[in-house]
Design a protein around this ligand. Structure first.
Ligand code: UD1
Length: 462
């Protein structure tokens, strides 16, 4: 191992409170076209849960194509805090969880990264006990974890919640979970992943009914199978796991990020520019591609892992309802809404997965969009132009949606609160700059006077 060793942060926090003088913003000069090919990074949500899955294995795990993101650094910190050895070398993570020294994840870290709650499944499966703080809600909803807890109880764990922490343990001399038939009231991605990981080392067979079918669930199953787990049916609504005694060393590449890919498809559409994306798995983008085609864009699959978007001169309207996979992803809702603000006609967007995921509407309206919200439904009336403005996004995908709106808007858009964007997009502004977008990350105090450097600013004005 020659990479950078990740050790637990002294204050167990990934976020150092940055002084106001260090605060950065993204300044976007809208109205420029894009061109070229963009490289899609590894999937954040796969990488996070696969990192948690390495806790199942006492041998070396090498993960490839791991994106460099604040959330990934947060998960690495959580693993390091429970004693896992972890080294980063570019997009490769070398992880060894032979000696798990602590089964309590620190609250400061779990509260910043909800996905870190997922370590409860593998910790419990491997050691027979785990203590993980309840992650709490976030900007998009309350996000309870009762489906995870009930499933673990069905697998034979005793679970109680005390002082904000979930304590889970398995009674009996061998402390092993027992296979069970579990029906999920809702196909929760996280609960499916937690229970699938927990069941890999349980005694006997586990059946998860009404399981989530997201590609990230399949990636986790493939990762576990590559370590010797026996899992069938991942990607369908019934997953069958036959418990094994021990898992072994693995070298595993993470799938490309379908949400990042969808973001760039919409970037092409909103900037009315032809761009191509690689690597992607076009099947993972079916719902997003169908909606882009519905509004008039063309999507060309140039090679098994390359897609190109050919936008329409003016896009039409469409209705969208977010649903579990293979339905339209909630993570793409804000992004598609940004595009529909400039489409011709009225679109109706219904958010069914999270209860509070329309907070970007107010910010898009500040940029001249015409969107009305009632409950979980937004009616987007297409306008001819957006106008650049300072905006304050409240979550990750809303941030990206406002960046896309900024690419198409007249004048300058300034995106504040970049901590959200940095959680989930690897070098978004660099990738956009390479495509010809005009944007800069600058200190907030210098934003008003910041001008584009010549090498970024010279081409593509229209
Ligand atoms: C994952 C993704 C997130 C994506 C979401 C839905 C990761 C790290 N995050 O989140 O980007 O938006 O899937 O595709 O993979 N719920 C309950 N009880 C539970 C669990 C979930 O009521 O025990 C509810 C949630 O509050 C939410 C809905 O189910 O309203 C969907 O949540 P879930 O599928 O679990 O999403 P996450 O795994 O948290």
């Amino acid at each position: 191992m020659e990479g950078k060793a990740i050790t637990p942060a002294p204050n167990a926090s990934t976020k150092s409170a940055s002084p106001e003088s260090d605060r950065e913003v993204l300044k976007i000069w809208g109205g420029h076209s894009l061109k070229g090919q963009v490289k899609i990074s590894g999937a954040k949500n796969s990488a996070l849960v696969v990192m948690a899955g390495t806790l199942l294995c006492p041998d070396d795990c090498r993960l490839r194509n791991v994106p460099s993101l604040v959330d990934i650094a947060g998960m690495a910190q959580i693993l390091a805090a429970v004693g896992v050895k972890i080294e980063q070398n570019g997009d490769v993570l070398d992880i060894n969880a032979r000696n798990i020294l602590d089964t309590q994840a620190p609250y400061e870290l779990v509260s910043q990264l909800r996905a870190s709650f997922f370590i409860i499944g593998p910790l419990l499966a491997r050691l027979g006990f785990a203590k993980v703080p309840l992650p709490g809600g976030c900007a998009i909803g309350a996000r309870p974890v009762e489906l995870h807890v009930r499933g673990l109880q069905a697998l034979g764990a005793e679970v109680h919640i005390d002082h904000g922490t979930v304590h889970a343990y398995v009674k009996g001399p061998n402390r092993r979970l027992k296979g069970a038939k579990i029906y999920l009231d809702y196909p929760s991605v996280g609960a499916t992943e937690t229970l699938m990981m927990a069941a890999t080392l349980a005694d006997g067979e586990t059946i998860i009914e009404n399981a989530a079918q997201e590609p990230e669930v399949v990636d986790l199953a493939n990762f576990c199978c590559a370590m010797g787990a026996k899992i069938q049916g991942a990607g369908t609504n019934t997953i069958v796991i036959s418990g094994v005694r021990q898992l072994h060393s693995v070298d595993y590449p993470i799938i490309p990020d379908r949400i990042e890919a969808g973001t760039f498809l919409i970037a092409g559409a909103i900037a009315r520019s032809e761009i191509s994306l690689a690597p992607v798995i076009p099947d993972h983008l079916t719902a997003v591609i169908a909606k882009l085609q519905a509004i008039g864009a063309k999507i060309i699959v140039e090679a098994p892992d390359i897609v190109r978007i050919v936008p329409a001169y003016r896009h039409g309207a469409t209705d969208i309802e977010t649903l579990p996979y293979p339905g339209f992803p909630t993570d793409m809702q804000a992004l598609f809404m940004a595009l529909l603000t400039l489409s011709e006609g009225d679109s109706l967007i219904k958010e069914t997965v999270f209860e509070n995921r329309l907070r970007h509407v107010a910010e898009l309206n500040r940029m001249g969009a015409d969107i009305r919200v009632k409950g979980n439904v937004a009616v987007v009336r297409g306008v001819a132009r957006l106008s650049g403005a300072p905006v304050m996004p409240t979550d990750l995908r809303a941030s990206a949606a406002l960046v896309l709106a900024g690419l198409a808007a007249d004048g300058v858009t300034t995106i504040n609160s970049l901590q959200h964007l940095d959680r989930g997009y690897e070098q978004l502004e660099v990738k956009l700059q390479k495509l010809g977008a005009k944007l800069l990350r600058v200190k907030a105090s210098e934003a008003a006077n910041a001008e584009l450097p010549v090498e970024i600013g010279r081409s593509g004005l229209h």
